[in-house]
Design a protein around this ligand. Structure first.
Ligand code: AMP
Length: 396
């Protein structure tokens, strides 16, 4: 599969057709009130394109984990209301997913009209990718568009199975993810620098292994860095350690060496006595962390070393914070890296989760080329894995 070769919404003739669009409307709700409509806003370009081009738009999504049965607190009805305000037109809400209400609404839909079916996870068959359920979803429409990148690493009926029964394409959100991340992996502007942080090495081994074949420099920060330091024989005190990953860490550093990839790990750290926001702290060299202390952020020399490596790069991919960035006392490393990425002038791609949150909080979002909408999905994409929700779509 070449993800860059997938049909987009602009490659299919949508006029007068019923188009089933898988969106990511998995919004945070508080007592039925949407507390952030970011995901709904993100879906607008594809929906508005379809409306402008006279499609009959049938939207679907999951919301939370209703575990295969109707539960009113997981209804998508509040999304229909908010979406209709954003679009400035009615969004008809079906009472079910593939039942009488959804079928009759979709049959009576006129050109440029929009409807939303209920939460696909009200049916247990959805997450099992059940062919009969996929067929029922497909029967609502003539064409299928997937725009839910955050769910594209899941082979479910509405993300994958339905594409077996309908001509398909990706929407603008998925297209943007593919073009930035796929572009970086296939043909990066060099030097290509990857920055990986966060708590666990085990989560990132696949990504590092794949990027060792693509990048010029790999930067490691965050809690996972201490397993690498341990692999070099350093004392790491009570810092985070995955003892069963020390061998993997060694292997990755050896492979980087053999391939001529620069592999940077912290040379100094901000360490704390306890895992607490206001714990006593000091700056210390990486090979000298005292017993009873833990590394909670990268130190100032490391910040400078990482910033120097980022400056002048052509492409930067960043996933995971450099320290416990939720705590002001240990956020400086993440802020320094965010600032360096923002000022680098490189094509900058930010994985979901904490690094995206840090970028947003600092007001740097506008300076980034792309902030991924899917944490898990973007990691799997960077691992070089085929995402079922993208693989299932028709090629150009
Ligand atoms: P991840 O979900 O793997 O991207 O990890 C993010 C989490 O890693 C955040 O909650 C951070 O607080 C945590 N983290 C980053 N650096 C450290 C560290 N040095 N020690 C403990 N936790 C860390």
């Amino acid at each position: 599969m070449n993800a860059l070769n997938k049909k987009t919404v602009e490659d299919i003739d949508v006029a007068g057709k019923r188009v089933l669009v898988r969106c990511d409307f998995n919004v945070p709700l508080d007592n039925g009130v949407i507390t952030s409509d970011k995901r709904i806003v993100a879906s607008l370009p594809t929906i508005e394109y379809l409306i402008r081009n006279n499609a009959r738009v049938i939207l679907c999504s999951h919301l939370g984990r209703p575990k295969g049965e109707f539960k009113s607190e997981f209804s998508l009805a509040p999304v229909a209301v908010r979406l209709s305000e954003l679009l400035g037109r009615e969004v008809k809400m079906a009472k079910d997913v593939v039942g009488e209400s959804a079928r009759s609404l979709s049959a009576s839909l006129k050109d440029s009209e929009v409807m939303l079916i209920e939460n696909v996870r009200f049916h247990a068959e959805e997450t099992k990718n059940d062919p009969e359920f996929s067929k029922k979803l497909a029967a609502l429409a003539d064409l299928y568009v997937n725009d839910a990148f955050g769910s594209a690493h899941r082979a479910h009926s509405s993300t994958t199975g339905v594409a077996d029964y309908l001509p398909s394409a990706c929407g603008y959100l998925i297209q943007k993810e593919i073009s930035f991340m796929g572009g970086a992996l296939e043909n990066p502007k060099r030097p290509f620098v990857a920055i990986l942080g966060g708590a666990k090495v085990s989560d990132k081994i696949g990504v590092i292994t794949n990027l060792l074949n693509k990048c010029d420099t790999i930067i490691i920060g965050g809690g996972m860095a201490y397993t690498f330091m341990k692999a070099l024989g350093y004392d790491i005190g009570s810092s985070l350690l995955e003892a069963d990953r020390i061998e993997d860490a060694k292997k990755m550093m050896d492979e980087a060496n053999a391939k001529g990839v620069k592999f940077l790990i912290p040379v100094d750290n901000k360490i704390g006595r306890e895992y607490k926001p206001d714990t006593e702290s000091q700056i210390i060299e990486s090979d000298n962390i005292p017993e009873g202390w833990m590394g909670l952020d990268i130190g100032p020399r490391t910040q400078k070393m990482f910033a120097d490596a980022i400056q002048g790069s052509g492409t930067v991919i960043w996933n995971g914070p450099m320290g416990v960035s939720e705590w002001e006392n240990f956020a400086q490393g993440t802020i320094a890296v965010a600032t360096a990425v923002a000022n680098s002038g490189a094509i900058s791609i930010i994985g979901g989760g904490d690094s995206a949150a840090a970028i947003q909080k600092l007001g740097f979002a506008e300076k980034m080329s792309h902030i991924s909408t899917g944490g898990g999905a973007s990691l799997e994409f960077l691992e070089g894995k085929e995402l079922p929700g993208i693989a299932a779509l028709d090629e150009k």
